[in-house]
Design a protein around this ligand. Structure first.
Ligand SMILES: [Zn+2]
Length: 599
């Protein structure tokens, strides 16, 4: 006993308590023994080897093998605090919390043994990220996966500002103070450990306890979150890498696409002097089921609903939950999400706008306030609209585009053909883009802080943005009165509005394929053509009639490229009549889509 006291620094109360607690909680799993353990047996063996090796070195140098028990009690309480504050998993499976606590003890002691104060370079940013993740999970039911990080990387100043409400800023300051206190306590306790070797030996022992505890858990009941912080740090690093890679990949794909205008193309319907205007409006975050033209009980689209000549596509499936990928699927001949699609569904050519430009159209692009930044979103949409003569931004509000569009129409004589590409904020989070004075759905909350706490108000704000877009379209169309025009609208992706507790689009990346299992992927799409356009050429009238007939089909982003070419009678080797909604032989979209009765 005396020898044990000398080695382990006495009495054995601490170790007795640890072993008893672990044995008690593990019994629960051992009783349901399945023969397939949660982790490979090599993990506890490797940890044991580290503990024994460093322990032996401690003994040879007459150093204590383990820290004194008052230090250990202090560290254990601190680690329990860490796990409670930062690890969502601890709340999900309390029966595996001891694994997290031992992992945290092991990580803390080993990093101290190896790096001393340098360990703070790991702990400080890591704790901050974990607190942020915890807050994100509480508010939006999402975690810091690669999609959330990629989205954050392309967020604009305005979007960041929307999350930086007074409440969130106060929360951030409190978190910084909490982290400072936690790190101070950590260093204060670890400084009392007599040597770095002792710290390593104890760290090895706690890793052994963590892995041994995990080994007793059957594989199907093991949660990877229990390995916090080690597993989480690894996963976070992987997510950041993937987010960067994903962003670079997306931009590179858009950059490397050759223009379809490099191949010969021709137009059979127009000679370039008719004054035709094609408005191609790529919407933002508009769910089909929130438009009254699709049966939504609130009248969010009163003007569109009043149009008897509207060709409405009530079931359009978007290709991806990411704006950039959706833009690529819409404007090129890509058929699916570019990152997961097989080779036959990937784009083989660039923007359809290039073919309009090559066939006598002048192209102008009208953006919201976002496309002033050098971010991924910006770069991709700029690449796909690079044939535009001029680009406009609407920094004040989308209304700024109306006089801009008017000026372009006036400066181009009525004999020239035009493409007006429109892509503004629409219903993107935060739901800012509508006028307070005319907002029909009240009360509303535009901020996106804790949306679940005022779900109805946030939903009201969202519905107001759709109502506003309806008015935006009305104003653009009124500028085109008397001209032969076609207005083609399709949204890039949908939005979660509290469905299954999820908000925004961050949560969509949580589970592979979840996006296409919910109606969040069904987006608004319609076509509107003026009588002057219909009368211009017999092809236009018959193509629009065929389009009306096909409007009941399930369609997808993949149809846009070919339908624009088909409608205008543009011949190109990239055109595929089976994907042209104005053709007799069009095939419906058969890619991933939710069941008809999905939420
Ligand atoms: Zn978007």
């Amino acid at each position: 006993m005396d020898k044990l006291r000398r080695i382990f620094g006495l009495p054995l109360l601490y170790w007795g308590a640890i072993v008893l607690y672990t044995a008690f909680i593990s019994l629960f799993f051992v009783l349901r023994w399945t023969g397939e353990q949660g982790v490979s047996v090599w993990f506890p063996l490797a940890a044991a080897a580290v503990a024994l090796g460093t322990g032996w070195l401690c003994k040879r140098r007459s150093l204590p093998v383990l820290p004194q028990q008052n230090i250990l009690w202090g560290l254990t309480l601190l680690c329990i605090l860490y796990v409670f504050c930062c690890n969502i998993g601890a709340f999900v499976v309390p029966s595996q919390m001891h694994i997290s606590v031992f992992m945290t003890m092991g990580t803390m002691l080993v990093l101290w043994g190896l790096l001393r104060y340098g360990a703070l370079l790991f702990w400080a940013p890591f704790l901050l990220l974990q607190f942020a993740q915890f807050a994100a999970y509480e508010q939006y039911a999402t975690r810091l996966n690669s999609l959330v990080i990629a989205e954050a990387m392309e967020a604009s100043d305005a979007e960041f500002a929307a999350y930086m409400s007074t409440g969130n800023v106060v929360l951030l300051l409190l978190v910084l103070v909490a982290i400072a206190v936690m790190l101070f306590l950590q260093v204060w306790l670890l400084k009392k450990v007599r040597s770095r070797m002792t710290s390593l030996a104890a760290g090895g022992l706690f890793f052994f306890l963590a892995f041994a505890g995990a080994w007793l858990v059957p594989q199907n009941e093991m949660y990877e979150d229990a390995f916090w912080p080690t597993y989480t740090a690894y996963h976070l690093e992987e997510s950041v890498r993937e987010a960067f890679y994903h962003n670079q990949q997306t931009v590179r794909i858009a950059e490397e696409l050759h223009s379809p205008a490099e191949n010969a193309s021709s137009i059979s319907t127009l000679n370039g002097t008719e004054g035709v205007v094609l408005v191609l409006h790529i919407g933002e975050s508009v769910r089909a089921d929130r438009m009254s033209i699709n049966g939504y009980e609130r009248d969010t689209t009163p003007w569109l609903r009043s149009r008897t000549d509207l060709i409405n596509f009530p079931r359009c499936i978007s290709a991806a939950h990411d704006t950039c990928q959706a833009q690529i699927a819409l404007l090129t001949n890509a058929r699916r999400d570019i990152h997961t699609a097989d080779a036959s569904m990937k784009p083989t050519t660039g923007s359809v706008l290039d073919l309009f430009r090559a066939n006598g159209f002048r192209v102008y692009a009208f953006f919201g306030r976002r496309v002033g930044q050098q971010l991924k979103y910006d770069r991709v949409v700029r690449l796909l609209t690079r044939c535009a003569e001029e680009r406009f931004n609407a920094p004040e509000s989308p209304w700024t585009s109306i006089p801009q569009i008017q000026a372009v129409l006036q400066s181009n004589p009525q004999t020239g053909n035009l493409v007006l590409f429109v892509n503004n904020e629409g219903s993107h989070t935060p739901f800012y883009h509508f006028d307070e004075a005319t907002a029909p759905f009240k009360p509303y909350v535009r901020e996106f802080e804790n949306p679940g706490d005022h779900a109805q108000e946030v939903n009201n704000a969202y519905d107001n943005t759709i109502h506003y877009t309806d008015e935006f379209i009305r104003r653009v169309v009124s500028l085109l009165q008397g001209r032969p025009f076609v207005y083609v609208y399709v949204s890039d992706h949908g939005e979660y509005l509290g469905h299954n507790g999820m908000w925004g689009r961050g949560a969509l990346g949580e589970k592979e394929g979840l996006y296409h299992e919910t109606t969040g992927c069904c987006v608004g799409m319609f076509v509107l053509a003026s009588p002057e356009f219909r009368a211009l050429h017999p092809h236009f009238e018959s193509a629009l009639q065929r389009m009306s007939k096909n409007a009941a089909l399930q369609v997808g982003h993949e149809h846009l490229f070919h339908s624009l070419l088909g409608l205008f009678g543009i011949q190109s080797p990239y055109y595929d009549s089976q994907l042209d909604l104005s053709s007799e032989g069009v095939l419906p979209y058969t890619g991933p889509a939710p069941a008809a009765d999905a939420e």
